[in-house]
Design a protein around this ligand. Structure first.
Ligand code: RRO
Length: 315
């Protein structure tokens, strides 16, 4: 049997699979289900300093129903507020799997306030800062404003006492942007990991029968996930893997079976997240994808992840 065990920031994991932030991780019962599942790690819903209801419903839909190609969402950062997730970090069983806490403050000061509390917290939860929420009306994604991203990283890394943390990035589509984003990230050694990608922001899905948009917020505009985004996700994983050799990469986007998980790892991901597919299938997906990844490795003659991690061939 191939060994799916891995390590992340020196922490041992049973396998590289986890949820994408936002999916199955908003409330205690969902987090407990992830804890009970076969996921190798887990992350909480991105949170703000105060609880938020988020955008009006419907705000998440799968596209092409019976044979889904992906999803569109404009949740608008609904969450229970930072204190709630901080409390969860205090009761999580870290022996079973690592826990990431995702924060997405509406202002730099809010992010700094949350980071300040986390700095003094005694839990080993790993901090991820979401620089890429596409769905808060009137708020641009920080990851697309390189000056603001640089300023934020300078402040949060010093505010966090140089402790290891990571960032969740939006997808980039231009080599110059990969270069510039990576150069900024590489200025901050305590940015120990990069999660690529958040949903492809501000897509528009249309139902031809009703001649209508299919989600309510923002006139139907929302973040795209699932099958549609796999090649963009793989490009971003590989682009940052090549440019940020000192950082770990977490791959997210278009993973629904062992095949896409294998591709993300081949492109350079140490951990692999599932969003849309987890939303549709529930936490039992981790056992299935684990078994499929293991079967692919066995067929290819790999006994461990390190034998193919980042070893994507070029022509
Ligand atoms: O809550 C959301 O609307 C949301 C967030 Br914070 C995010 O980072 N990515 C996304 O697709 N939706």
């Amino acid at each position: 049997m191939p060994n799916l065990a891995t390590t992340f920031l020196d922490l041992p994991l049973n396998n590289p699979l986890m949820n994408a932030s936002g999916v199955w991780c908003s409330v205690g019962s969902q987090l407990e289900a992830l804890q009970e599942s076969e996921a190798g790690a887990m992350v909480t819903k991105s949170c703000t300093l105060q609880p938020r209801d988020g955008n009006p419903e419907p705000r998440y839909r799968v596209l092409n129903g019976d044979k889904p190609w992906g999803s569109i969402n404009s949740m608008g950062l609904p969450n229970e507020g930072f204190a709630y997730y901080l409390r969860y970090t205090e009761r999580h069983d870290y022996e079973s799997k690592p826990l990431f806490i995702s924060i997405s403050g509406l202002t730099l000061d809010d992010n700094l306030a949350m980071i300040d509390s986390l700095k003094d917290a005694v839990t080993p939860a790993i901090l991820e800062i979401n620089l890429s929420c596409p769905n808060v009306p009137g708020k641009a994604q920080l990851g697309y404003d390189f000056d603001a991203m640089d300023t934020l990283l300078a402040e949060v890394t010093s505010g966090y006492g140089q402790r290891a943390l990571g960032v969740k990035l939006p997808p980039y589509f231009d080599i110059a942007h990969f270069d510039e984003a990576a150069a900024i990230l590489n200025r901050y050694p305590s940015v120990a990991f990069v999660t690529c990608i958040n949903s492809i922001g501000n897509a528009l899905a249309i139902d031809i029968d009703s001649e209508s948009v299919i989600i309510k917020p923002k006139d139907g505009f929302g973040g795209l996930g699932g099958d549609y985004v796999l090649p963009t996700a793989l490009a971003n994983v590989n682009a940052f893997y090549r440019r940020c050799p000192e950082k770990a990469i977490i791959g997210c986007g278009g993973v629904k079976s062992g095949q896409e998980a294998f591709m993300h790892i081949l492109a350079g991901a140490t951990l692999v997240q599932m969003g849309t597919a987890l939303y549709e299938e529930g936490p039992s997906i981790f056992g299935r994808v684990k078994a499929e990844l293991s079967e692919i490795m066995e067929k290819k003659g790999y006994s461990s992840l390190s034998q193919f991690h980042g070893k994507l061939k070029t022509l």
